[in-house]
Design a protein around this ligand. Sequence first.
Ligand SMILES: *[C@@H]1O[C@H](CO)[C@@H](O)[C@H](O)[C@H]1NC(C)=O
Ligand SMILES: *[C@@H]1O[C@H](CO)[C@@H](O)[C@H](O)[C@H]1NC(C)=O
Ligand SMILES: *[C@@H]1O[C@H](CO)[C@@H](O)[C@H](O)[C@H]1NC(C)=O
Length: 390
Amino acid sequence: MAGSTLRFSLLLAAAFAGRATALWPWPQYIQTSELRYTIFPQSFQFQYHLSSAAQVGCSVLDEAFQRYRDLLFGSVAFRFPHPIEKRHTSEKNSLVVLVVTPGCDQFPSLGSVENYTLTINDEQSLLLSETVWGALRGLETFSQLIWRSPEGTFYVNKTDIEDFPRFPHRGLLLDTSRHYLPLASILDTLDVMAYNKFNVFHWHLVDDSSFPYESFTFPELTKKGSYNPATHIYTAQDVKEVIEYARLRGIRVLAEFDTPGHTLSWGPGVPGLLTPCYSGSHPSGTFGPVNPALNNTYEFMSTFFLEISTVFPDFYLHLGGDEVDFTCWKSNPDIQAFMKKKGFGDDFKKLESFYIQTLLDIVSAYGKGYVVWQEVFDNKVKVALSRRPW
Ligand SMILES: *[C@@H]1O[C@H](CO)[C@@H](O)[C@H](O)[C@H]1NC(C)=O
Ligand SMILES: *[C@@H]1O[C@H](CO)[C@@H](O)[C@H](O)[C@H]1NC(C)=O
Ligand SMILES: *[C@@H]1O[C@H](CO)[C@@H](O)[C@H](O)[C@H]1NC(C)=O
């Protein structure tokens, strides 16, 4: 405890010592100096090293170079006269990027190596990384190292950084069901994630409140389950745009389609999917979780998750499995009969596990790994340790 407080104080002290050390997150190893180099926005360039595996045409880095140029100098680039006369050794007019392994067109994954080293001294200013994803993290760090004097001149200090993430999964969840978020807000969030070196956008797409994901296999889901099928949905094009925008920032999109609970919005579009709740011996007109007693349910899930498996390129899908309310299942005579037939007794956790297990098997057969909420483990469902060969 004392140790971590001390570490925190040292970090704060370091952060206030000079503007150039205001880095977030803090690199694993960093050495800075008082020696500063001037940067002239007009002449400064991001460049590929001659022996880099990534070269001009690498979408991930070409676009990142442009982005960071705009972020750093966007509003000032043309207000300064061209500094041809001022060239000298204390100027840095490029950052040279060397990526070891090719892979500009791939998607980041749980196993992506994000290590990088950043060296800015008299001899060089070099960003070295194993992968383009590491280069993205290094570019972010570089952008945070640049500071401006009160006169408006840009500087970067002599710096040595070796960095790698402490955690391979650094996620942020957005719930676009309870509250619909316009596409632009999602893209803004991805930008902010990149500034903070987050690498997983956990997209909780649908829930009880609304079903904004436009399914091409089951368009009725969105037509009848979204807040507004004209304005409050994500089209196939929107989803593609999110996935590509995220990829360009080294962010995985982990899509969550939570079942068997949290599914009220699925009901209107897929008659028979949800369990009719009973009041005494009659249906009450309300619905509960997905009906786990019907074969149709699993046929629907097979078709639906086949679509989802192809739309979302990440190895993992999030299948939810949390907060299943047993009240409705308990009230329904067909469910009671199914429990009896299966020998589940009064243990509705067994019924839930039966559903989840069947769903996990369906999704595994599509070559996907899955993520589920804690309850699934607590209820002793057999979850495979699925791992993609990295
Ligand atoms: C960067 O250099 C400036 C001036 O040379 C100095 O005031 C500042 O403390 C330095 N920052 C770091 C982090 O060393
Ligand atoms: C990345 O950094 C970690 C931690 O130092 C190290 O174990 C791993 O070997 C590094 N990977 C590469 C490709 O440099
Ligand atoms: C559901 O499928 C199983 C296995 O194929 C079969 O034994 C069962 O009779 C089917 N149930 C219904 C209600 O069709």
